[in-house]
Design a protein. Structure first.
Length: 295
């Protein structure tokens, strides 16, 4: 046994809770297939090393590295050291939009880039230990304080030496910066979608939640996230469906309906486009997840 473990989708809470902050401190697991979810993901590596296969590139994180990427892009842990330990925080997208990042950086992360600190900061290890405890405490005040501190730390990455890893690091900056009212509208839409994605919602209902016109809602959401409103709703539904497919007792039809898809054919088409396989193939793949080793 090499001491490494395999990630098990059946034990994951992230896909089922797109509107909830989920924080874990654990040994990262190797993934047998790409994975995605509707939150931004924060990784802090306490010790060891881990390697991701992202969309079109690899990202290697070492001890002391702090990284931020958007989980909506398929990603996969392909290698770790046997003793790797990391703190991972999954941030609902509306918290991501609370970050005061430059418009260029925000868009590049939403389109698949990974933001990484350039060198360890001595205080990060202690801070992430404290934030992890607070975020898992169930105490709303403690959770709120920890979130505020974490977001400030993430904002500071851009102000210090850092790396931005993606398939094309030389891509030009988009010219149209998003202003605060726009981001507030997007946050409000994300909150509504996270609470209602399993229902039959449309752009008019989503826009009404942010008190803006549907045409404007579609325009600003696409500009800020790179996704249409319908594509983002589908992402949350697919993320939720991943978790249900790992349940041996759930049929593909049940999963399609419980995830908010109106038909099996629509679900199959959308799932294949995202995962590169059918829901049935995905279900079989994750039934065969190896058990934990070396623990």
């Amino acid at each position: 046994m090499d001491g490494k473990r395999y990630w098990d989708l059946r034990a994951s809470e992230v896909e089922r809770r797109p509107g909830t902050v989920v924080a874990l401190c654990e040994q990262p697991g190797l993934m047998v297939a790409p994975h995605w979810h509707a939150q931004a993901e924060v990784n802090y590596v306490l010790r060891g090393r881990m390697e991701y296969r992202m969309e079109g590139y690899h990202a290697v994180l070492g001890a002391g590295d702090l990284a931020l990427f958007w989980g909506g892009m398929p990603h996969r842990v392909v290698d770790t050291d046997a003793d790797t330990l990391y703190q991972v925080v999954h941030l609902p997208l509306f918290h991501f939009f609370r970050l005061r990042l430059s418009a260029e950086l925000q868009r590049r992360i939403m389109r698949g880039a990974t933001l990484v600190t350039d060198g360890p900061q001595a205080e990060d290890g202690f801070a992430f230990g404290r934030w992890g405890q607070a975020l898992s405490s169930g105490n709303l005040r403690r959770v709120g304080h920890a979130l505020d501190e974490l977001l400030l730390r993430l904002e500071r990455i851009e102000l210090e030496p850092h790396r931005l890893i993606d398939i094309d690091s030389a891509r030009p900056a988009p010219p149209d910066p998003a202003d605060s009212p726009t981001l507030d509208s997007v946050r409000r839409m994300c909150v509504f979608i996270a609470a209602n994605f399993r229902d039959d919602i449309d752009s008019a209902a989503i826009a009404a939640a942010a008190d803006i016109h549907p045409n404007y809602a579609m325009t600003v959401f696409k500009r800020c996230t790179g996704l249409s409103l319908s594509a983002y709703v589908s992402l949350l539904r697919l993320s939720y469906a991943q978790a249900l497919l790992a349940d041996d007792g759930a049929s593909v039809l049940q999963v399609a309906l419980e995830s908010g898809f109106g038909s099996l054919s629509a679900f199959n088409k959308c799932f294949r486009k995202k995962a590169g396989m059918t829901p049935s193939e995905f279900k079989r793949e994750h039934r065969a997840v190896p058990s934990l080793t070396g623990t």
